[in-house]
Design a protein around this ligand. Structure first.
Ligand code: ATP
Ligand code: FE2
Length: 325
């Protein structure tokens, strides 16, 4: 079965094409804000401007015709309403013109399922860390339960904000990682884990304040050490609670080598397996939508067209995970 998947929840517009377990194409085009944070309407305008070209490029890369598509999948939520609407309208019109079935899928769960497919993880605790998300998720009683999440600013967003304050180029995450390698002094920063939930805003404010008296490289080093220790603690606690012995790291921040190392060390100590999703499939992309589309379609068939409206705050644990039964 060939499924075309569309991602449009936030910055990225993506079209991915999967033929069963194989990625045939995965093309993305990212909206870059003119300054400050994301403007949802501008992002949606970007998506409608590029969607035609991204589709054509994906078809060419996959070397298939439109008529070869058996199924259309799209990101139904959670996300920014104008962006979600643009993706849903595009998916609906494509499915109608092809007379193909359509399925709407959950963005966070798509990250997990493509990660499992590509790494071989079977039943992991997933740490999903990106610009807009920080969640610790594991399958429990037929649903992906969120064991822990950020209470304020998500990791990627926090790193990007810090980067702006420190005069670094956007996105700040990779720049902080590079600078942190040259730092060595550990500066004490606020560490806030409540159960398995985390808060980063106090930590960020204090890190920005430290820039006045400390070297940038030492602040970057201390910021990473503190943040990633908090994430690692939350993941370790979730493993004990949910009784899991695998960890899957995904989302844009998964690219960070120091975060990978800390989680890997924790897993070694627990005799657990650690997996990182390859970069091209860890950030937002269309292939993960296509893969979850295939899983969902195999388990429960297509969506009715009138059920394809987006769900802005679609919670991970609202989704019945029929395909894992
Ligand atoms: P989502 O919609 O899932 O929240 P997103 O729009 O934030 O995703 P992603 O590509 O998943 O997009 O993630 C981008 C984030 O990842 C940015 O905040 C960026 O700073 C961060 N990031 C990328 N590489 C690194 C790195 N090496 N270290 C730390 N953070 C990183
Ligand atoms: Fe995402």
């Amino acid at each position: 079965m060939i499924c075309l998947g569309i991602e449009s929840t936030a910055h990225t517009f993506g079209v991915g094409i999967m033929e069963n377990e194989e990625v045939l194409a995965n093309i993305t085009d990212m909206y870059i804000p003119s300054g400050g944070g994301i403007h949802p309407r501008e992002a949606a305008e970007h998506h409608s401007r590029v969607c035609g070209n991204v589709l054509e490029e994906a078809l060419e890369e996959a070397d298939i015709e439109r008529s070869d598509i058996d199924l259309v999948a799209f990101s139904k939520g959670p996300g920014l309403p104008p962006c979600l609407r643009t993706g849903a309208v595009f998916a609906r019109s494509l499915a109608l013109s092809l007379n193909a079935p359509i399925v709407g899928v959950n963005h966070c769960i798509a990250h997990i399922e493509i990660g499992k497919l590509k790494t071989g993880a079977v039943d992991p605790v997933t740490l999903y860390v990106s610009g807009g998300n920080t969640q610790v998720i594991a399958l429990s009683a037929g649903k992906y339960r969120v064991f822990g999440e950020v209470l304020d600013t998500p990791v990627g967003n926090a790193l990007d904000k810090f980067g702006r304050e420190a005069g670094l180029e956007h996105p700040g995450g990779p720049k902080v990682e590079k600078l942190a390698k040259e730092g060595s002094k550990y500066i004490e920063l606020p560490y806030t884990v409540k159960g398995m939930d985390m808060s980063f805003s106090g930590l960020m404010t204090e890190a920005v304040r430290k820039l006045k008296d400390e070297r940038l490289v030492d602040v970057c080093h201390s910021l990473q050490e503190t943040m990633f220790a908090m994430l690692t603690e939350a993941v370790e606690r979730a493993m004990a609670h949910a009784d899991k012995d695998e960890v899957l790291l995904t989302g844009g921040v998964a690219a960070n080598k120091r975060l990978q190392k800390m989680l890997e060390t924790m897993c070694e100590e627990r005799d657990a397996d650690f997996y990182t999703v390859p970069h091209e499939l860890a950030g937002d992309n269309g292939a993960m939508m296509a893969w979850l589309g295939i899983l969902k379609y195999r388990a429960s068939g297509e969506d009715k067209l009138e059920e394809t409206n987006f769900i802005q705050n679609w919670r991970t644990d609202d989704v019945e995970v029929e395909w894992n039964k």
